[in-house]
Design a protein around this ligand. Structure first.
Ligand code: CAA
Length: 379
């Protein structure tokens, strides 16, 4: 097996690292504290090509592979996981799905704006009573001839208030169960479409998450993605790819925590020596470095599977399951290594610890990843 990155992949990694360190680091604590959406930073990410990395240049994208996307996601997540979740949803759940299954007209209409950062996309699947159980959609898209009448509520929508384009999952033919589900492109400003207030979250506080309400929203038929009833498969496919992005986000939170802890351990002295010379700290660093390397290999494996057009449902779920646990464990240990300093905001690690938790919840909880993995193993 060749574990070497190509020149292009290394260049993307270096560019993302440079951007994160120079443009995201300053101000990240304040954005977290005040739940400030990183509008300027996202605009720059669009200009640098981080919002439509895998989209073909024909539609304004970077035409890059999934490995490059994973590398960029790790670097950006090391510093600001709020920016990286916005990036991940836009790239994986919105742009990728639109390019793969959208009509030529839909692609030309939405992708150039989404890839350049002029507009942001959101993906609306979760509902008050349908999170993990995604087939139980209560939102309805009634077929009215040349339009769908959309009614219902969506919960926990990333980019909920700032997006302009929403891919909304809704039930058209309940008797067909998940085979009656459609995904519709809904634009902000459509009559009857209302966004709820921003949620006050534990972590990724710079990103905006809210509920969406649809009250008799008329969505033109040409806004449906794919054939009638294709919506659930579409959602499962974009989520399978999205899990690689969130795995890379978790990896970045883990490696960002580790890098801060390593640096601190060489500077901070206790009992006359830097704490890195104490075995208690060395063992923690060794565990962190080992699990982070393992998480990175799983992320790259899943990305390589996707790039080689191999099935990536299992490898993506494994990467997300393991990387999100690694993010949690490493960020907790980074706080512990920092001692009292780890418990205050200036040292960044408490924020990384809060941000880590969501990676075990969104785009399928850890329990959902185990369901996906075990089904693949047993089928
Ligand atoms: N690709 C294509 N099709 C797939 C698929 C995949 N990866 N996975 C499943 N399917 C298809 C199946 O083949 C099946 O189709 P047929 O019946 O036509 O053969 C259909 O989908 C239903 O599959 P299952 O019977 O496996 O469905 P299930 O109800 O048992 O549940 C599940 C499967 C894995 C639990 C699924 O419901 C799931 O993934 N749940 C979690 C949803 C989730 O991730 N929510 C997160 C919200 S988005 C988010 O968090 C974004 C954000 O803001 C950051």
């Amino acid at each position: 097996m060749d574990f070497q990155l190509t020149e292009e992949q290394l260049a993307v990694q270096a560019a993302a690292r440079e951007f994160a360190q120079t443009e995201l680091w300053a101000g990240v604590i304040e954005r977290d504290e005040h739940q400030k959406f990183p509008a300027e930073q996202i605009k720059k990410m669009g200009e640098l090509g981080f919002l439509g990395m895998m989209v073909s240049p024909e539609y304004g994208g970077g035409g890059m592979d999934t490995v490059s996307y994973v590398l960029a996601m790790e670097e950006i997540s090391k510093v600001d996981a709020s920016c990286s979740v916005i990036m991940s949803v836009n790239n994986s759940l919105v742009c990728w799905g639109l390019e793969k299954y959208g009509t030529e007209e839909q692609k030309r209409k939405y992708l150039p704006g989404l890839t350049s950062g002029e507009i942001i996309g959101a993906f609306a699947l979760s509902e008050p009573e349908a999170g993990s159980d995604a087939t139980s959609q209560r939102t309805t898209a009634e077929d009215k001839g040349d339009y769908y009448l959309l009614n219902g509520t969506k919960n926990w929508i990333t980019n909920g208030t700032t997006a302009s384009v929403y891919l909304v999952v809704a039930q058209t033919n309940p008797e067909l169960k998940h085979r009656g589900i459609n995904v519709l492109i809904v634009e902000k400003g459509m009559e009857g479409f209302v966004q709820g207030p921003k949620e006050n979250k534990l972590g990724i506080r710079g990103s905006d998450t809210c509920s969406l309400m649809f009250n008799d929203v008329k969505v033109p038929k040409e806004n449906r993605i794919g054939e009638d009833g294709f919506g659930f498969k579409f959602a499962m496919q974009v989520l399978a790819g999205g899990r690689i992005g969130i795995a890379a986000q978790a990896l970045g939170i883990a490696s960002g925590s580790y890098e801060l802890a390593l640096k601190y351990s060489k500077e901070r002295k206790a009992f006359g020596v830097p704490i890195s010379q104490h075995q208690a700290i060395q063992f923690k660093l060794a565990d962190m470095a080992t699990t982070i390397d393992a998480a990175r290999l799983l992320c790259l494996q899943a990305a390589a599977d996707k790039d080689a057009h191999r099935d990536y449902a299992k490898s993506g779920a494994m990467a997300k399951l393991f990387a999100s646990k690694t993010a949690m464990d490493s960020s907790v240990e980074a706080v512990q290594i920092h001692g009292g300093y780890g418990f205050v905001k200036e040292y960044h690690v408490e924020r990384l610890m809060r941000d880590a938790k969501i990676t075990q919840i969104y785009e399928g909880t850890s329990e959902i990843q185990k369901i996906v993995i075990s089904r693949e193993i047993l089928k």
